[in-house]
Design a binder for this molecule. Structure first.
Ligand code: UD1
Length: 302
């Protein structure tokens, strides 16, 4: 997109801040963030900052005033926190998103929103296509499923241009921080500190790790597509076991950390892998960063 007025919610966070970086040159970019897990140092200096809680209607409404395009990345991203405090996570992840969709209706703005592979729950088959049954196993997954459906419904009922992107396991620079991070940033820190690398269970579980730059690519394509009212997986279609991941990170870092196995994490997803035909054909998305390259650059750059 270019020449647009764009709002990135969660623009000081991991995914949001990378999106801002990709947009600022050609667009007037705003961010809305309460800096609960996002940090000011991640915000591009050319972005206009609206500081506040996404649940605050006045703040949200001001940030949305006059926008053409919204990337909605603000959320409580910890699955565990959603299990502990479902009402809190519901209010941020679901209710605030509904308010945002209402503002978007007023502005007639396109909304690209962050959905999640968590909506599928324990997969019945892999690779997981968008038609796979949705049986979320956490409040977080249920909230993401609901906003993913609302996005489609707002298109059907009001003609709003919406696209939901179902992220698989996203990784890259700036992910660490706050009380929550993905396994790659945890393993990286353990390997660098020479601490034991903690694999949950036997490590045979698989994940589809997608580099942040490909997530940005998917968002930029979603901002332009004619395929609105739809939801797309965002991954690589490739998988790795968590045990292999631990070994790769140890060798890329050049660490002598030992790899230890802990009890399996209750409810842990066994196999995860994105099926990408839909996003390939509708958006022209093509993952560009292999896990090997993504890990290499992550280690070099951070
Ligand atoms: C990820 C997302 C989550 C999303 C879900 C959708 C992240 C951080 N989380 O959860 O938002 O809802 O996909 O399917 O991207 N592990 C270890 N040792 C550790 C930490 C983790 O072995 O110290 C294992 C976990 O048990 C799991 C795998 O690594 O098997 C990935 O864990 P994690 O990074 O927390 O992501 P998901 O649980 O897949």
């Amino acid at each position: 997109p270019s020449g647009r007025t764009v709002l990135v919610t969660g623009g000081a966070g991991f995914i949001g801040s990378h999106l801002v970086d990709a947009l600022v040159e050609d667009n007037a970019v705003r961010i809305l963030d309460n800096f609960s897990s996002g940090t000011p140092d991640r915000v591009h200096p050319d972005a206009t900052v609206f500081e506040g809680d996404i649940r605050d209607d006045a703040t949200l409404s001001r940030a949305m005033d006059g926008v053409d395009l919204v990337f909605h990345e603000a959320a409580l991203v910890s699955v565990q926190a959603s299990v502990e405090e479902p009402k809190r996570s519901h209010s941020v992840n679901l209710e605030a998103t509904l308010s945002l969709l209402e503002c978007a209706r007023r502005e007639d703005a396109r909304v690209v929103l962050a959905s999640s592979a968590a909506i599928y729950g324990q997969p019945e088959y892999t690779p997981i296509d968008e038609g796979h049954p949705t049986e979320p196993s956490s409040p977080y997954g249920l909230e993401k499923l609901t906003i993913d459906r609302y996005a489609r419904l707002y298109h059907e009922l009001y003609g709003l241009e919406t696209v939901a992107l179902r992220y698989f396991n996203v990784y890259g620079p700036r992910q660490a921080g706050g009380d929550y991070s993905g396994v790659i940033s945890i393993f990286l820190e353990q390997a660098r500190n020479g601490e034991p690398i903690t694999v949950n269970g036997d490590g045979t579980q698989t994940r589809d790790f997608v580099h942040i730059s490909d997530v940005v690519q998917a968002n930029l394509l979603a901002a332009q597509t004619e395929s609105v009212g739809a939801a797309f997986n965002v991954g690589t279609g490739e998988t790795v076991t968590i045990r292999e991941l631990a070994e790769t990170i140890r060798s890329v870092v050049g660490s002598d950390s030992e790899i230890v196995h802990r009890d399996p994490r209750p409810g842990d997803i066994e196999q995860s892998q994105a099926e990408l035909s839909a996003i390939r054909s509708a958006l022209g998305y093509e993952p560009t960063v292999t896990l090997a390259d993504g890990l290499q650059t992550l280690v070099e750059a951070t």
